[in-house]
Design a protein around this ligand. Structure first.
Ligand code: G3P
Ligand code: MG
Length: 248
């Protein structure tokens, strides 16, 4: 894979797209992320009843669409009928839940994508389908796959050696991060910024791994994370983060 981490500045990663100004995980949010010169897009994937990876955060469609029920109980054609934009603002009415394939075709190699695989009882099938879509669309040199579920990361390493992975962790790190990343075959820890300390950053760097933090939206927090030397910042407002980075 290409190394994403080319400069000494942290990568600015658009959380669910530019989700501060457009409905999360929609083509509009990804379009504005690209226009705002994000370094990478983060998105979440789940599986439909008929086995298509679609881009949506929650297990249920309720919060981000006009429908109700679990994503896994929807056939794709029914899911595609839902309005995934109006809940955010009326001007986004008619926005759809995108398939992963649609997003990769839209992004068309212009920007690397961090695909977060959400855990569920369908995780094995979802993981296999995600890898298939990535390779079929020639996106294998431009993805970073992440998950909170170490079983998903292990499965990816069993299936392919070619895709970089990152381990997501929400709590203070009580384990040896380097050992854990090595065991999982991951290149990075993606950590809740609230628990990210200079000491942890050093530990990870000393062992040759990267550390990315989420979800950093307040200017002071963004400055602090730049200051302690993280390799990537996942934010809802990539334009704000860029402005802050440019001031430094
Ligand atoms: O990948 C970072 C972040 O997206 C993880 O949390 O809940 O926003 O998917 P969540
Ligand atoms: Mg996510």
């Amino acid at each position: 894979f290409e190394s994403f981490f080319k400069s000494s500045f942290p990568l600015l990663i658009a959380h669910r797209g530019f989700s501060a100004i457009a409905p999360e995980n929609t083509i509009s949010a990804f379009k504005y992320a690209i226009r705002s010169k994000a370094d990478m897009i983060e998105l979440d994937v789940r599986l439909t009843k008929d086995g298509t990876p679609v881009v949506i955060h929650d297990a249920k469609v309720d919060r981000t669409t006009n429908g109700t029920g679990k994503v896994k109980n929807f056939y794709l054609w029914l899911l595609r009928d839902l309005d995934a934009g109006s809940w955010f603002h009326p001007k986004y009415k008619g926005e759809k839940i995108p398939t992963l394939e649609e997003v990769l075709k839209f992004a068309n190699g212009k920007i690397p994508i961090n695909i977060e695989i959400k855990s569920s009882t369908e995780k094995d099938k979802l993981t296999e389908r995600v890898l298939a879509v990535v390779f079929e669309n020639g996106y294998d040199k431009k993805v970073l796959i992440s998950s909170f579920d170490p079983r998903i990361l292990k499965k990816i390493k069993k299936l392919t050696d070619e895709l970089p992975t990152a381990f997501l962790y929400h709590y203070p790190v009580y384990f040896n991060p380097a050992k854990t990343l090595e065991k999982l075959g991951a290149i990075a820890l993606i950590h809740n910024f609230k628990f990210t300390t200079p000491k942890l950053v050093k530990k990870i760097h000393d062992a040759g791994f990267k550390i990315i933090v989420y979800t950093v939206n307040k200017p002071d927090d963004i400055r602090k994370m730049i200051d302690i030397g993280v390799d990537g910042i996942i934010t809802d407002n990539v334009r704000l983060a860029r402005r802050i980075l440019n001031e430094i």
